[in-house]
Design a protein around this ligand. Structure first.
Ligand SMILES: [Zn+2]
Length: 332
């Protein structure tokens, strides 16, 4: 994904707060007391191991052997966690480079007979180029994608494991999108369609009839960064402010108010843009106002996006908030 925050700042669309987590001591989310919201306990060690398993396969660049192997891993995990059905949406898309990419959008569906559904999304591919590296030769190498890719998927695999233990009152669709991160960084604004190629294909081929769309979606992207803070992303605010309100207030009531900051951040080109345009209100939980970079975490699109950049506390805060949201969503 890419960020619009600098451009938006230049346009003066909104102002930033600079108190985002800079002074507080590192929070230990495991010490937070369970609330009445908590009907299932998110296991951060389990999520961490799902992140690690993906990183150990290698970079998941569309068309690579590792990409193929990871697809098989994700399908087998969703089946192991008792999804009612697992859909593999296999296709080819054309990247802006001219490359023809074999993609696979993988979806695990739970509580299939229930009409009221919530969509949980993360991209599982990784960027083919570490174009944020200082040295030119390093920019040609693929990123390990621990935070950018594997973190969101790892959290959702642990959510899937919880769903196999206890069913919520609503239907849940877990979607792993492909080819999110093959886009063009230069020429901002004109290159939006070069990103989220898997999600763009998916919205044209959704497994929903008219009037049967999920009531909302939650996209997780870069949710495992060290001491991460999550702000209200700009396009989520434009398309789905009520969902942002719901999730941020649940995070706060769950004890994660120091991590889910109820303040605005810049706009991100990510899968949620295309899901929103297709008619499903969808927010993006993403670290995009890092205190050091004022944007994404420092490891973004670098070779340092490895397991050393993953924080169990960040996975826990996001995963527990997602569980508390879906397990408290009423059936009607
Ligand atoms: Zn990325």
């Amino acid at each position: 994904m890419r960020s619009y925050s600098i451009a938006l700042l230049a346009l003066g669309l909104f102002t930033y707060s600079c108190n985002a987590g800079s002074k507080e001591s590192k929070s230990d989310t495991d010490s937070i007391q369970p609330t009445t919201l908590q009907k299932a306990v998110f296991n951060a060690d389990s999520a961490y191991s799902y992140v690690k398993s993906q990183v150990e396969i290698g970079p998941r660049v569309p068309g690579s052997w590792e990409h193929d192997r990871c697809a098989k891993y994700l399908v087998s995990e969703l089946k192991r966690h008792k999804a009612d059905t697992v859909i593999e949406q296999i296709a080819t898309v054309k990247a802006y480079t001219g490359d023809i990419l074999p993609i696979n959008n993988i979806m695990g569906r739970y509580n299939l007979p229930i009409n009221k559904r919530v969509l949980l999304v993360a991209h599982w591919d990784t960027r083919p180029w570490a174009d944020n590296e200082a040295k030119m030769q390093d920019r040609e190498r693929p990123v390990p994608g621990a935070n950018d890719g594997a973190s969101g998927v790892g959290v959702l695999l642990e959510v899937a494991r919880q769903l196999s233990i206890r069913k919520p009152d609503i239907g849940i669709d877990i979607l792993f999108t492909d080819a999110e991160d093959y886009g063009r960084t230069e020429g901002w604004g004109s290159s939006e369609e070069t990103w989220a190629l898997g999600a763009q294909h998916w919205v044209k081929n959704m497994p929903y009839g008219k009037g049967q769309y999920p009531v909302y979606g939650i996209l997780l992207d870069m949710v495992g960064g060290l001491d991460a803070r999550f702000h209200r992303e700009y396009f989520s605010e434009q398309y789905a402010p009520a969902i942002l309100d719901k999730v941020w207030s649940i995070a706060n009531a769950s004890g994660y108010g120091q991590i889910f900051i109820n303040k605005p951040a810049g706009g991100i080109t990510d899968d949620h843009i295309f899901i929103n345009r297709a008619g499903i209100p969808c927010i993006d939980i993403i670290e995009c106002l890092n205190p050091v970079t004022k944007s994404f975490p420092p490891t973004w699109h670098t070779l340092s996006d490895d397991m050393s950049s993953i924080d169990r506390n960040s996975l826990k805060a996001v995963g527990q908030t997602v569980l508390n949201t879906i397990y408290n969503e009423p059936a009607q």
